[in-house]
Design a binder for this molecule. Structure first.
Ligand code: G3H
Ligand code: 13P
Ligand code: ZN
Length: 309
């Protein structure tokens, strides 16, 4: 069992109209919770590491922890860099043994994004590593305006085709109304499925990626808040919309915020209910269990990636 690329995984997901969960990892408990769930559900899995995670845990620790998880579970795992902002960080991760990297040039103009992505693709492909890029800017809430309604930031379908052809990138993250974090929509949640369908039709058999795909399940926000937290007005992407996106060419669904909420709710609850306990293994263990349950739920009910190994 080993670190693998997402090539075969995406091919099967595309054909089967399900999606692979790409879960952000920052420490041992998070990694263990996720891989335990994937092992139980016999699900393919992507573990992704952000620049912030590398800074927090330090690169060598995360790599070794993921390797330990592979040894321990017998799973094949894709180790992916999330939101690499320049060539250097992508190169470092490729040289460190990551099997997949994201170069996020979405903040750059079209031509600059192509140039940067192509440079990473050339370096990665020579070394057997796959690359994800992003075109269009993820939506977000700014003041009182729901930016998800502003067409300008969404991915242009014709540009997506040109981008993929000119860069040779292996998968493409698109902007259709999701955003990062716990505050995705002010009003009713809404994704541009017509745009997704158009992009998918123009790029047949091509794996698309959805970032900012946490559902921000009210039960977990309430659990945080009822044990001393204060997370007001959070709102995410309804789960049925994610399953629908998976049927329209979205092969990778990125989830971080839902894991953060689940872990925080469990630890808050444990510490409030057990004020005399000060053994980190007790509350971190609760956090790990909460991650496992959340990932099991995502795999079974949202991604539909159970029993696909
Ligand atoms: O898209 C971002 C992920 O949620 C990672 O967040 O940069 O705080 O580690 P981070
Ligand atoms: P969420 O904040 O919705 O979990 O999105 C995570 C993500 O896109 C990581 O790249
Ligand atoms: Zn993201």
């Amino acid at each position: 069992m080993a670190l693998i690329t997402s090539k075969e995984m995406f091919k099967k997901a595309y054909e089967g109209k399900y999606a692979i969960g790409a879960f952000n990892v920052n420490n041992m408990e998070i990694i263990q919770g996720i891989v335990e769930a994937a092992q139980k559900e016999k699900s393919p899995l992507i573990l992704q590491v952000s620049a912030g995670a590398r800074k927090y845990a330090r690169p060598a620790y995360l790599k070794k922890l993921v390797e330990a998880a592979i040894d321990d579970t017998g799973l094949d795992v894709v180790l992916h860099l999330d939101h690499g902002e320049d060539f250097e960080i992508c190169k470092q991760c490729i040289d460190d043994g990551f099997t997949s990297v994201m170069i996020d040039g979405s903040k750059h103009p079209f031509e600059k994004n192509i140039e940067l992505t192509k440079k990473v693709v050339d370096y990665a492909h020579e070394r057997g590593v796959v690359v994800e890029a992003e075109l269009g800017k993820l939506a977000g809430i700014e003041d009182d305006v729901n930016v998800s309604l502003k067409d300008a930031t969404f991915t242009d379908p014709d540009e997506a085709v040109e981008f993929v052809e000119r860069t040779g990138v292996d998968s493409l993250a698109i902007a259709i109304g999701t955003s990062h974090g716990a505050y995705k929509f002010k009003g009713e949640p809404m994704l541009d499925f017509a745009r997704l369908e158009k992009i998918s039709n123009l790029l047949p058999n091509y794996p698309l990626v959805l970032h900012g795909a946490s559902t921000v399940i009210p039960e977990f926000v309430e659990a945080c808040n009822s044990f001393g937290g204060n997370i007001p007005g959070a709102k995410g992407v309804p789960e049925d919309m994610l399953s629908r996106a998976a049927k329209l060419g979205i092969c990778k669904i990125n989830i971080d915020t839902d894991l953060r909420l689940a872990m925080t709710a469990a630890i808050r609850k444990y510490l409030v209910e057990n004020p005399a306990v000060f053994d980190p293994r007790k509350y971190l263990g609760e956090g790990r269990d909460a991650i496992r349950k959340m990932v099991e739920h995502k795999i079974k009910s949202v991604l539909r990636s159970s029993s696909r190994l």
